[in-house]
Design a protein around this ligand. Sequence first.
Ligand SMILES: [Zn+2]
Length: 118
Amino acid sequence: MKKRSIKPTKAPAKKTSWDMKKWADRCAWCTKRIAGDDPAFGISISLRPEAFQEFDPGTVQPLLLFNVGKTIPMMVVKEDSPAKHAGKDAMFQACSEVCAKALQQALRDELGGSTADQ
Ligand SMILES: [Zn+2]
């Protein structure tokens, strides 16, 4: 594999990643704002190592779900987070059980059997 000298391997802000501030309190499915005291539903997934290498930990990455024609914010977990220790690589949050279920189903359709439970 050749080393490319023109392109820096680690840019300060990847233009492909989304703004964490914008998505930190929003439902990944319906983009509704999740109020602080509302129950948020979390879905965590494991990614294939080759897929995960492309993402910086602690960033939000757009994930295109072809089956439903939606792009949803995927939060890449940090190296030292509890989710990471549990073997998860990315998380999604939902505002309600309905959204969580729809999101989970879409992930299953898209990623096959690699998704896990909530
Ligand atoms: Zn929602």
